[in-house]
Ligand binder design. Structure first.
Ligand SMILES: [Mg+2]
Length: 232
């Protein structure tokens, strides 16, 4: 990417797997649960446990992002279904009750940020640009993630605040209202084309897809966060 974006004064980021290394941190939290709750009785390895959980969690997140299910349903079902599918029942299953809260607590305690995120945020600030996050994650959890990883932005916008998720443009409109920014001067940076990018486009913002595996010089895509600094 070499063409510069003009007129951007607000740079907004997605949190999970854009600023905060969700994939790494979630695997750490899930591995600790595997060890502490004796999950080796039903899952051959921690990798198998994580892969079974993700095969249930990801489709539920897709439904949640599209407003088809509630946060409560997602949180209640994702671990329960994984355990039932693996053959847990009765007292064994009861012992695992409340796993969603345990997971979220262990997840939010992790602190690995995406490479280049601190340096990029610091340089944006030095250049006098405002920064924010727009996230579909849960309040109480997202703030802890940012704090533990030392990620500082000017404004935090969570879908929980108004019960509207990306890609619904109303969440982006709400971010403008909360910050005093305008759509024309806002740039959204995120790793999910269906939520981060599609939503930003609907709201009239500029957008950049963060995709570490993208081919070099693909338009509208960065492969590392510091690449942003070349176009702003
Ligand atoms: Mg993300």
């Amino acid at each position: 990417m070499s063409e510069r974006l003009n007129g951007i004064r607000w740079v907004w980021f997605d949190i999970d797997d854009t600023l905060w290394d969700f994939s790494h941190n979630s695997a750490t939290a899930l591995c600790s649960i595997y060890d502490d709750f004796g999950l080796s009785s039903r899952f051959a390895s921690a990798e198998e446990w994580i892969s079974q959980y993700e095969s249930i969690n990801l489709p539920l997140w897709d439904l949640y992002n599209r407003g088809k299910i509630t946060k409560e349903f997602l949180q209640a079902e994702r671990f329960y279904r994984t355990f039932v599918n693996a053959g847990f029942s009765g007292a064994e299953l009861d012992r695992l009750d409340g796993m969603n809260e345990i997971y979220l607590d262990r997840l939010a305690s992790q602190s690995v940020a995406v490479e280049g995120s601190h340096a990029t945020l610091a340089e944006l600030k030095r250049r006098g640009l405002h920064t924010g996050v727009v996230s579909n994650g849960f309040s109480g959890v997202q703030e802890r993630k940012l704090k533990n990883a030392g990620l500082k932005v000017d404004v935090v916008v969570l879908s929980d605040e108004i019960d509207i998720n990306k890609p619904d443009r109303r969440l982006f409109d709400y971010a403008l209202q909360k910050s005093g920014a305008t759509a024309e001067e806002s740039l959204m940076v995120g790793d999910n084309p269906l939520t981060d990018i599609a939503g930003a486009i609907k709201a009239g913002w500029r957008s950049i897809l963060y995709k570490p595996t993208a081919p070099a010089a693909a338009e509208g895509i960065i492969r590392s966060l510091p690449e942003l600094l070349d176009i702003l």
